[in-house]
Design a protein around this ligand. Structure first.
Ligand SMILES: [Zn+2]
Length: 165
């Protein structure tokens, strides 16, 4: 399989499992059995405890995931339900509205986490934010030690006790 397709499939699957897009082992959200508030349900954790990947890159980062992904999918669901009901049944307008809108609200609540996870995976695929030397836009700590420039020839070696009295 093509490596970029492979990578996209990996990120998609990790998002489906609500796991970190980078390492795929740790959750993006509080596990659903430990959810105690709406904030727990909707708000991603600060970052991955294993690899340090920050889930929310900046304030308002997930706004597009809410408007485009979650509401977009909700709209598609609503249109589908409307078309099916309109073609198969004769309903009054209030019943039709309730039949179309109530599943959308329920769906948007349940899909909120996945919309953020899919958005994160999408963004990580097209714009991986892994810290490079001199770049503070990323947040991933690299495993190799920082590079120290070589000392010029003939310069005195500082004593380990220099400056200590
Ligand atoms: Zn991770």
């Amino acid at each position: 399989m093509n490596s970029s397709l492979d990578r996209a499939a990996t990120y998609f699957w990790r998002a489906t499992l609500l796991r970190c897009p980078e390492c795929g082992t740790k959750p993006i959200f509080v596990p659903w059995l430990q959810v105690r508030s709406l904030r727990d349900w909707f708000t991603p954790l600060d970052g991955c405890p294993r690899c340090g990947y920050a889930y929310e890159r900046e304030i308002g980062y997930f706004l597009l995931s809410i408007w485009a992904v979650n509401y977009g999918m909700g709209s598609i669901l609503g249109i589908t339900i409307y078309v099916v009901l309109e073609m198969t049944m004769t309903l009054s307008l209030p019943v039709l509205l309730i039949s179309v809108i109530s599943p959308i609200i329920f769906f948007n609540f349940l899909f909120a986490r996945h919309s953020k996870a899919y958005f994160l995976a999408f963004d990580h695929y097209f714009d991986p934010h892994i810290r490079e030397n001199g770049d503070d836009g990323g947040n991933k700590i690299l495993n190799h030690p920082p590079q120290i420039p070589p000392r010029p020839q003939g310069s005195p070696t500082p004593s380990p006790t220099a400056g200590v009295r």
